[in-house]
Design a protein around this ligand. Structure first.
Ligand SMILES: *Cc1c(COP(=O)(O)O)cnc(C)c1O
Length: 345
């Protein structure tokens, strides 16, 4: 077996959902867009359903197909991107709840699926998705008369607790929605950590479920180990990999491991990441190529069979920082070639 082994701990996902749920006095949904951030939306949603989750969010209607198959007819599946032309059949057949983002989407929804469940997303300053406050002001009465399931907005800077954008968006959200008789939602993972005034009736964590920052108390969910394909001795002065980008300054032992940028191990990690043999760090040397990495194992007491890229010694977010990105991106780029071992509920 020469593909990397990606171990996914569903019990950790459940523990993270419960921990985030325990921080609030309201309901907790689960955001499972992008195949549950690469972790596997069907497995994740079934495990979270057993743990008590009843509301799930995806980014686009198509993502709800495997989800509805896994969850059956009961749980609510909501769609952040709302009701686009072309989504109507899926929304009806899978009984999805689109979060309407604009006047066009509202018209589309009310005309094609009158009486079908929906929610509304209002923009409170991020300027990404959602009705403008003026649109909401003009249409709120009409919309509320149609019985929305949820009114939501999204925070732009929730991963920075002291950012003035957080209280600003909270204030705008309250001004626009105080007094309405509909469940409200503002917080994703970062918003949950900001405190109770951000929680409203429903929270929408994603990354925290999967062990990523800003939820620093999260239980890690994945481990990624890469098998050693070949080991060689390299003399002082010899070079390794594409572009001759690494040169041995001492007689060295170099392991070639299976895994590369086609597996989501970005080229930005070239010469930066470490892989671990137990607690011993081994530098990734030279360039990351499509299928392979070269690792300096000179300081190991024995030849390893595999090396760990993501695990207790180098967390998801530590690796992301070395790559100049965030845990979200590392997770969602995890490749299709890995031998996935999903265990837990
Ligand atoms: C992705 C997303 C979430 C989940 O965010 P996390 O930071 O992963 O918890 C919640 N709400 C919206 C609108 C999103 O797009």
């Amino acid at each position: 077996m020469s593909t990397g082994r990606l171990t996914i701990d569903l019990d950790a996902v459940v523990a993270n959902w419960r921990a985030l749920d325990g921080m609030t006095n309201c309901k907790t949904a689960a955001v499972v867009k992008a195949d549950a951030y690469g972790i596997g939306a069907q497995n994740v949603s079934k495990a979270l359903f057993k743990a008590g989750a009843r509301k799930f969010f995806v980014a686009v209607a198509e993502e709800a197909v495997p989800l509805r198959e896994a969850l059956g007819p009961g749980p609510e599946i909501s769609v952040f991107s709302g009701h686009m032309r072309g989504d109507t059949d899926l929304i009806r057949e899978l009984n999805l709840t689109p979060m309407l983002n604009s006047v066009e989407q509202m018209t589309q929804h009310f005309e094609t699926l009158p009486g079908h469940p929906f929610g509304v997303q209002i923009d409170t300053g991020m300027n990404r998705l959602g009705m403008e406050p003026q649109e909401w002001g003009a249409l709120a009465e009409l919309i509320l008369s149609q019985g929305p399931k949820l009114v939501m907005s999204h925070l732009a800077c929730a991963d920075e607790p002291d950012h003035p954008m957080n209280p600003h968006q909270l204030d705008v959200f309250k001004q626009l929605t105080d007094g309405i008789n509909v469940p409200r939602s503002l917080a994703a993972t970062g918003g949950i950590l900001l405190g109770p005034e951000y929680h409203f009736d429903l929270t929408r964590p994603g990354i925290g479920l999967y062990g990523g920052m800003p939820f620093d108390q999260a239980t890690p969910v994945i481990e990624l180990e890469l098998p050693v394909v070949q080991i060689r001795d390299v003399a002082e002065g010899e070079v390794v990999g594409y572009g001759n980008s690494w040169q041995a300054e001492r007689p060295s032992r170099v392991a070639t491991v299976s895994g590369g940028y086609a597996d989501g191990i970005t080229r930005y990690l070239s010469d930066k990441a470490k892989l671990y043999h137990g607690n011993i760090p081994c530098p990734l040397i030279g360039r990351v190529s499509m299928d392979l990495l070269t690792i300096d194992i000179t300081d190991l007491p024995e030849d390893p069979e595999r090396l760990t890229l993501i695990g207790p010694q180098q967390t998801l977010d530590a690796l992301a920082t070395k790559a100049g990105t965030i845990g979200y991106e590392i997770l969602t780029q995890l490749g299709a070639r890995y031998n996935r071992r999903t265990y837990g509920k």
